[in-house]
Design a protein around this ligand. Sequence first.
Ligand code: WTA
Length: 664
Amino acid sequence: MSSSSTIESVLVENRVFPPDARATEGARIAGMAAYEALCQRAASDFEGFWADQARANVVWSKPFTRTLDESRAPFYKWFDDGELNASANCLDKHIGTPVENKTAIVFEADDGTVTSVTYKELLARVSQFANALKTQGIAKGDRVIIYMPMTIEGVVAMQACARIGATHSVVFGGFSAKALQERIIDAGAKAVVTANFQMRGGKELPLKAIVDDAIALGGCDTLQTVLVYERTASAWNRVEGRDKTFTEVLQGQSSECAPQPVGAEHPLFILYTSGSTGKPKGVQHATGGYLLWAKLTMDWTFDIRPEDVFWCTADIGWITGHTYVAYGPLAAGATQVVFEGIPTFPHAGRFWQMIEKHKVSIFYTAPTAIRSLIKAADSDEKVHPKNWDLGSLRILGSVGEPINPEAWMWYHVNVGREKCPIVDTFWQTETGGHVITPLPGATPLVPGSCTLPLPGIMAAIVDETGKDIPNGSGGMLVIKRPWPSMIRTIWNDPERFKKSYFPEEMGGTIYLAGDGAVRSADRGYFRITGRIDDVLNVSGHRLGTMEIESALVAKTDLVAEAAVVGRPDDVTGEAVCAFVVLKRSRPTGEEAKAIAAELRNWVAKEIGPIAKPKDIRFGDNLPKTRSGKIMRRLLRSIAKGEAITQDTSTLENPAILEQLAQSN
Ligand code: WTA
């Protein structure tokens, strides 16, 4: 990361958009003075601040008396003698209030069919499914893998686990059998909840068959049951004794199920994400703190109001789909849209059409989606957002990767019609919810900046030793104090948790986000400059370079060595670029193309289609130092198509650079 280039681009971006009266009036945090007062309170009485929030925003079946326990830092505990149930906080809480008959979820299927459920109906469905899980022998503390498409049933499965105190681990429906098998084994899952097929872009894609393949890979010894939601009428292969349909297990189940109280630190879920080594990390979240932040960020960041229609386009397989589909909107009593399909089917105006149709007032999506829809609208007027009435929109959100100022402006002008604040929310699987974000009724916006930390989040930019870096210079993003929704540990690997996030050089208790950032000289606004570890962000999805390298070298008949780096991409943010040395001589022309295609499909099978390298280059060798270390910075330059200006004096085999630059 070069701080001079980051400073330059911060200086270039000097447009400021103050919140207008429409956003400020009646907002929960109205104006910067109100924001600063909350920050002050958190700074002067940290535990008191959080205790108040936890009492006001969470329903406790047993109140907590201890707010924060730091005695085993960085294994922090929050509200740990309190008890609650997450599902009761999302559903039961609304019964007997005007929310009970309000629509909880409006579901739009891939083909446009719409179904909806009220809070009361959703509670009944979650309870029934919770009873079904119990009948299958699932109890508090058991792990359940959810491998489901975007459906009401997917949310029901998550809520039902929470209701009985089972820990869910949702695996994105685009992950491969191998990736699924690793997660079933690591989590020690007792059950997998899946669907026979999923519908995406008019195509019926298998899910259950992938579960079968995963189990066939072996080692899933803890697994007893596979529950199958029949999303489509198509036939699927049933393994007798192990597989059961939703209809079968729901048959005769009561629609009442008392929520199981759990301790605040009870693991609500594990969600696997990529880190800098090959193996994905099982990020473990606690029930109390996570739920508090899911609810509170709905109030603060989205300023959610009773009449809002909220739509977060993220899949439940990612953290955004956990916090801002499965938990946050329900805890807030909001009406939300859940969408099964993809933004470009049947045309690239689908999002805008759905906003008009469902009168969406808060729309939350990823920069990648925006960039691809800009491209589509540029080449086809008919899918430009101007063709739809987007007057219902009040607030826009962005998540998952930095949003470039050009995309921000397009979103602001063409979607928000210059009336809607854009909340550029920075956060991570590990943070559980937003940590740095504008507040719609308070923060003056600067395109491309996630602006300021939420109250209680002690974010800072430091050097390797933990020393603060002055505004205007780049450094590492950290959070200096714990916060309730933070990762508790890596499932099965507490040592890795400590090592990955709490560097000894900084004292061992400060959370290291893994992103570089810079604060602007004038306002102290944060701007994220990208990962500082070996993690790529492709279309807002986290991918470990090592993970892809391991997948490539696992093709033992073909690949001798592989190195993976990211390069900037106009639409996906970053793209995967792989440098590969084969066990046979370096291929060229048609042969190179054919082998590259074979390797792409191989990676899709090993990890999932999202990890497919966009660019594969073959070399006789890789650029290495004399001690044998691959010089990735050189590969990054080659991938970008840049001239090599770095020092190459330690390079063992300089001629390789030319070869790799040419072979494309
Ligand atoms: C990146 C997604 C810039 C960042 C919620 C982070 C962002 C990683 C933003 C986490 C943003 C997320 N601006 N970068 N608003 N939001 N990121 O775990 O690199 O899938 O570390 O969580 O995405 O990705 P994850």
